[in-house]
Design a protein around this ligand. Structure first.
Ligand SMILES: NC(=O)c1ccc[n+]([C@@H]2O[C@H](COP(=O)([O-])OP(=O)(O)OC[C@H]3O[C@@H](n4cnc5c(N)ncnc54)[C@H](OP(=O)(O)O)[C@@H]3O)[C@@H](O)[C@H]2O)c1
Length: 308
């Protein structure tokens, strides 16, 4: 039977995805009907999902999977109408983008590049070698482990923290509350790559910020809700934190009057750390549809109980 694939995004998204998605399905040998229109939800076999579109999954009675184009799925993991299996996006391009973003911003702070931009005096400020710079990555999943590994390849002294104990070559892997404390206390540069769940919300709060060494830098391409904003601003104002480079926010786009925009110790990037790219993401979606059609388990299935 020819599966019906409903693309939930709007016209602009469809314009970017129509050709890559059709090409990827054809390459997998799947003769699917793909459309951004959905006259009969009960006839849909797969939803290719973008956040902020479908909120009631009840009418999709036949759907075998909801396939998210985003890696972060916090907007639907708690949706009680979503009973269909949910898969999130894991894609090489997404990972490469995140590795480049994190490495670039870590190197900016490690090398003190800001101090030389516009300098008019010969003042030697020699940065330590990477091997003498301690970086901590909170979250050692697809993105966190790739970033930690890339930083370790540059010889940074890298630790990472995850929910379950992990082993990654060249990384000091920590878990549990005690592990979190150790991870924070050593973090001259702290990278947040956790998903947003009830357990990770406000993980950077007055207590955890106080555990960071004086002058620590925070880089957050994870989710805005990982950070208690008032606590972050207070620590930047009193000098305990040296800088915050933020890519994700509780409200996006970040409102024009938000204090982050004007703060001298904050760099705002507009959720550009790792963009889902239609060509590669479509291949992941098509491969998952092929697997589901063949009765194989979905790749990148979300653990609804864990929330990611
Ligand atoms: N800014 C951007 O452009 C952008 C793009 C893509 C994704 N993101 C964000 O990046 C996040 C991470 O993506 P990913 O693909 O790496 O996710 P992932 O593979 O699911 O990895 C999540 C990591 O967080 C850990 N974790 C989850 N809950 C935890 C808890 N309560 N305590 C300790 N560790 C916990 C997991 O531990 P275990 O290893 O034990 O499971 C895992 O190591 C996404 O959820 C999204 O929010 C941002």
């Amino acid at each position: 039977m020819t599966p019906n694939v409903f693309f939930t995004g709007g016209p602009e998204d469809w314009a970017r995805y129509e050709t890559p998605l059709r090409d990827a399905l054809a390459a997998e040998g799947i003769a699917a009907r793909v459309s951004p229109d959905c006259p009969d939800p009960a006839a849909v076999d797969y939803l290719v999902f973008l956040p902020g579109t479908v909120s009631d999954f009840t009418p999709f009675t036949r759907a075998r999977a909801v396939l998210s184009l985003w890696a972060g799925v916090e907007t639907i993991t708690g949706n009680p109408t979503l009973t269909q299996p949910l898969a999130r996006m894991v894609d090489d391009s997404l990972t490469e983008g995140m590795v480049e973003y994190v490495t670039g911003h870590v190197l900016r702070h490690h090398l003190g590049i800001d101090g030389f931009i516009g300098a008019t005096r010969w003042e030697k400020a020699v940065p330590p070698l990477a091997r003498d710079r301690r970086v901590t990555v909170l979250g050692l999943g697809e993105l966190g482990s790739a970033c930690a590994t890339a930083l370790a390849a540059l010889r940074f002294d890298v630790a990472g923290w995850s929910r379950r104990p992990r082993r990654i070559a060249g990384i000091t892997c920590l878990s549990g509350q005690e592990g979190l404390q150790q991870a924070l206390e050593r973090a001259e540069i702290l990278v947040l790559l956790l998903p947003r769940t009830p357990e990770t919300e406000d993980i950077l709060n007055p207590q955890s910020i106080a555990a960071l060494p004086p002058g620590a830098v925070v880089i957050n391409p994870g989710r805005g809700a990982l950070i208690d904003e008032a606590a972050l601003l207070a620590a930047l104002d009193d000098g305990h934190l040296g800088h915050a480079t933020l890519d994700t926010f509780r409200t996006e786009p970040l409102p024009a009057d938000h204090p982050f925009w004007q703060h001298p110790r904050v760099t705002v990037t507009p959720h550009i750390a790792a963009e889902t790219r239609p060509e590669t993401a479509s291949r992941v979606i098509a491969a998952n549809i092929r697997r589901a059609e063949a009765g194989a388990p979905l790749l990148y299935r979300v653990d609804r109980a864990a929330g990611y």
